[in-house]
Design a protein around this ligand. Structure first.
Ligand SMILES: Cc1cc2nc3c(=O)[nH]c(=O)nc-3n(C[C@H](O)[C@H](O)[C@H](O)COP(=O)(O)OP(=O)(O)OC[C@H]3O[C@@H](n4cnc5c(N)ncnc54)[C@H](O)[C@@H]3O)c2cc1C
Length: 421
């Protein structure tokens, strides 16, 4: 995505987040010269915590003896990375503006700085050391390419095919049943539909202890999105491929508590069509305006179905759209006249379209408890049932891919040899 790939906009302060990381560190030191040493220490601590976190995750797929060694060797580093929050990790920094800058991108993993384990902040921050990436042709390319690999290997893909049950006989997995009644036999089932959905699909009497453990981990926060369509050259009006994180004040850890009644505390604005070199039409563009919010204000409507929501929900959604649009136009006045289309999604959309429990943005919450939880391993207590996807390791495309690779390598160990690549 080039550099800067993120831009932080705080009252009276704009900070481009540059790649590679050394350039960003120099930028921060130039902006906050009195904090130069603390900035170095902060990034050093990030590297240490990142290494500890990778070791913790490797143990999730490794055979028991190897996992035990990994845990033992890294115990001290892991304990430290999980025992302090992101906010505590930057407490040496005196300038509250720099504290805000260093912690502002918590939306990348969905836990505010006062609650997030430093380990996940370090992991995600370090993943951007060389910049950010966007798939040429858009995110659908992932599905197209992976699908091709599966088909070329003789596999079959079914979409719009929800699993109603993971079938178990004599204590081990024997396949799945689909909502349409179809049954598929399989000696191994890899579930990437989320850990909570996975245990919900198991027969009640199977692995009750594991089910309780998974259900004890909360889902992550949810989110609202305003989707915008523009007619005209938005680049000529100031938009770039960089994501823009807009904060109304320096208290960057606020979640949107009451979306229908209050203004959002922040906006994450991204222009996907400017990130994609294959975008075919210079006169039509899109933006996504995301705000992290609570699920609770939407819970009352959770029994309703997409396309048949109650009037009260529709009215609330309308108000949310108006607030978001007004906020966007205030911060991006030169883009406002080009807006040609807008649509809002709420936590209920996330539930409808990806079956996310309580509209969770990132699956299970990235708490310290979740990160060290022994129930979240590739091999589940049900023989033949493997866990993959973002709940295994961490949210994000990389986290989801890593979960998939770990599950695949647990079936075909030769794949471990490809991991370093
Ligand atoms: C707004 C937003 C922006 C994001 N931006 C980024 C980003 O820029 N970079 C990044 O790396 N990550 C980003 N993420 C995170 C990333 O999208 C997720 O972490 C990742 O997609 C998780 O992949 P997954 O396959 O584990 O889960 P999902 O993508 O949630 O896939 C789970 C699938 O399981 C299906 N499913 C559920 N129940 C059943 C059932 N019973 N039967 C069959 N199928 C079922 C669902 O329909 C869904 O398709 C973003 C997330 C959100 C919400």
């Amino acid at each position: 995505m080039g550099s800067p790939y993120d831009i932080l906009r705080l009252p009276g302060l704009e900070v481009p987040v540059e790649a590679p990381r050394a350039a960003y560190v120099e930028r921060l030191k130039a902006l906050f010269p009195d904090e130069a040493k603390a900035i170095d220490r902060c990034f050093w601590a990030c590297d240490e915590a990142q290494k500890a976190t990778m070791a913790l995750f490797a143990a999730k797929a490794a055979p028991a003896p190897v996992a035990a060694v990994l845990r033992w060797v890294n115990a001290r580093r892991v304990r430290r990375a999980l025992s302090i929050t992101t906010a505590e990790a930057v407490r040496e920094i005196r300038d509250p503006r720099l504290v805000a800058v260093l912690t502002a991108r918590w939306g990348d993993y969905g836990v505010p700085p006062a609650q997030s384990p430093f380990a996940i902040h370090a992991l995600v921050t370090d993943s951007y050391a060389n910049g950010a990436y966007y798939p040429i042709g858009g995110p659908a390319r992932f599905a197209e390419e992976l699908g091709k690999t599966i088909r070329d290997a003789g596999g079959e893909l079914r979409t719009y095919a929800p699993v109603s049950e993971i079938r178990v006989a004599d204590g081990r997995v024997v396949g799945v049943r689909l909502v349409d009644g179809d049954s598929i036999d399989a000696s191994v089932v890899v579930s990437a539909m989320g850990a909570r959905n996975t245990v919900a699909a198991l027969p009640k009497e199977v692995a009750p202890e594991w089910r309780r453990e998974i259900e004890s981990i909360d889902p992550s926060v949810s989110y609202v999105t305003l989707y915008l369509g523009f007619r005209g050259d938005i680049r000529a009006h100031g938009a770039t491929s960089a994501n823009i994180w807009v904060y109304e004040d320096f208290d960057v850890g606020r979640v949107w508590e009451r979306p229908a009644d209050d203004d959002p505390p922040s906006l994450f604005v991204s222009f996907p069509s400017l990130k994609d070199p294959a975008h075919p039409d210079p006169e039509h563009h899109t933006a996504e305006v995301v705000v992290i919010c609570r699920w609770e204000p939407f819970a009352a409507w959770s029994d309703s179905k997409h396309g048949d929501r109650p009037e009260a929900y529709k009215a609330a959604k309308e108000r949310i759209g108006e607030r978001l649009l007004a906020q966007f136009e205030r911060h991006f006045p030169s883009l406002a006249p080009l807006i040609d289309f807008h649509e809002v999604s709420t936590p209920l959309s996330q539930t409808s379209f990806v079956h996310a429990d309580r509209g969770a943005m990132y699956g299970l919450v990235m708490s310290a408890e979740r990160m060290r939880h022994k129930a979240l391993k590739v091999r589940t207590p049900v023989p033949g049932l493997l866990l993959a996807g973002q709940d295994l390791i961490s949210p994000g495309i990389q986290g989801a891919f890593m979960g998939g690779i770990m599950a695949a390598a647990s079936i075909e160990p030769r794949l471990w040899m490809q991991m370093p690549r």
